[in-house]
Design a protein around this ligand. Structure first.
Ligand code: FAD
Length: 393
């Protein structure tokens, strides 16, 4: 369909999803990744039903499902009272989606699962060790320069799609505003193997545990439990990651009653930020390069993958004769979604986790409990949490 390729910067979950979406439409792509291999960082692990539906269309769903843990229950607990606040059962979505569950699969496993689709296709290549340093528009296309082991390399394409993450070189090169805020709390991720039922009988595989002092999130992946702790302002990263601090946190949480061993540990600062536009000429932003939010609801990467779906459709429309303004519409649609929907929803869910005011806690708990017990409201709640309530073109 296109003589020159679409250039994708970044082989993270969003860049590779865009590559798969474009090659499925017969569009040539070249992916450039600064790392020598795919990134290994422990970050996202939640894939929502809407995203699984896209993977189904792309023909990668079986491989992805094989690498993740299907979770059919979403629970909220009160840590101080050690009480179940609400239990949502995803089976209520069984008439709405082929995927009435959420999948827990680390993002570095997702990228490794879909990368072969891109590497094996005659329409695409992944170039590792290529760091984008600058670009410019020329001759109805785009020229981009990459730093490589062999020096500076120049490539040409029709569009440059920035999936180069929160520190996006493309966004900075374009001098785009990325305003928003940074949270005081950081997220400490501990990978371990632990049976939570000894402390919280009846606890399911995914749990948000409210606590005004120290909230906790528990996510069960295949063969690993990921425990996420709030790290308050005033505690340094070094302290939070030290053996003594991890032992103190875990023993307090598990009441010293359950054996555990830290298999991995990492800490993240989290933000809510949206770029001022997702399009400047032939440069298009998506994923974390365009928007970041606090990860408590597991929506950052998912919404980035939805950007990829939308952008692939938009690029196809331009290449098959629709006007170029389709790409402005991509920018407006996805930017207002990031601002009005994802940002508001994730901020609310995050505020709920550590609510300090006893009245606010009572209200939160009774609202959640009532919602979970009313089938119509529970369905609406899970449609929203699964990102099924939104249309992606
Ligand atoms: C603790 C934590 C938990 C999270 N949990 C979830 C979750 O459960 N669900 C969810 O939806 N989201 C979650 N997120 C958010 C999720 O991790 C990100 O939204 C996701 O990684 C964004 O993917 P991306 O491909 O846009 O960017 P990235 O994953 O950051 O990938 C960008 C890629 O671009 C490459 N790159 C950067 N600059 C250049 C350059 N100049 N040239 C070439 N290559 C370049 C990088 O090496 C990298 O491989 C979480 C985030 C954190 C911090």
């Amino acid at each position: 369909m296109n003589e020159k390729s679409v250039l994708i910067i970044g082989a993270g979950p969003v860049g590779l999803s865009l590559a798969v979406a474009l090659i499925n439409k017969g569009i040539k792509v070249e992916v450039y990744e600064e790392g020598a291999t795919l990134n290994n960082e422990i970050r996202a692990s939640t894939f929502h039903a809407k995203t699984l539906e896209m993977m189904d269309q792309w023909g990668v769903i079986d491989d992805v499902l094989a690498n993740g843990n299907r979770v059919e229950k979403l629970q909220y607990w009160d840590r101080q009272q050690k009480k179940l606040v609400a239990n949502f059962d995803y089976s209520i979505l069984k008439d709405t989606t082929k995927f009435p569950f959420r999948l827990q699969c680390p993002q570095h496993i997702y990228t490794r699962t879909i990368a072969p689709r891109v590497e094996d296709s005659p329409l695409s290549t992944i170039h590792y060790g290529h760091k984008l340093v600058r670009f410019e528009e020329a001759n109805h296309g785009i020229h981009a320069w990459f730093q490589t082991e062999k020096g500076l390399v120049k490539k040409e394409g029709i569009y440059l799609c920035a999936a180069d993450g929160a520190d996006s070189t493309v966004r900075k090169f374009l001098n785009l505003d990325f305003s928003g805020m940074t949270y005081e709390d950081r997220f400490l991720l501990i990978g371990t193997q632990v049976d939570m039922n000894k402390i919280y009988p009846g606890m399911g595989p995914v749990n948000y545990i409210f606590d005004p002092e120290e909230w906790v999130i528990i996510l069960n992946l295949i063969n690993l439990t990921r425990i996420v702790f709030q790290v308050p302002q005033g505690e340094s990263n070094e302290t939070a990651l030290s053996d003594s601090s991890i032992s103190r946190r875990m023993d307090r949480f598990l009441e010293g009653r359950v054996p555990w061993e830290p298999l991995s540990r990492s800490i993240y600062r989290v933000h809510q930020r949206v770029a001022e536009t997702f399009r400047v000429g032939r440069a298009l932003l998506l994923g974390d390069a365009a928007h970041i939010n606090n990860p408590a609801s597991g929506m950052g990467m998912n919404s980035g993958i939805h950007d990829a779906w939308d952008l692939a459709t938009s690029i196809e429309q331009v290449l098959t004769g629709k006007g170029d303004e389709v790409l402005n519409q991509y920018s407006e649609r996805r930017r207002s979604y990031a601002l009005e929907s994802i940002k508001t929803y994730t901020a609310k869910r995050f505020a709920d986790l550590g609510a300090k005011d006893p009245e606010a806690q009572k209200k939160r708990n009774s609202e959640l409990s009532n919602t979970a017990q009313n089938p119509q409201l529970a369905k609406q709640y899970l449609m929203r949490a699964s990102m099924l309530d939104m249309e992606v073109q």
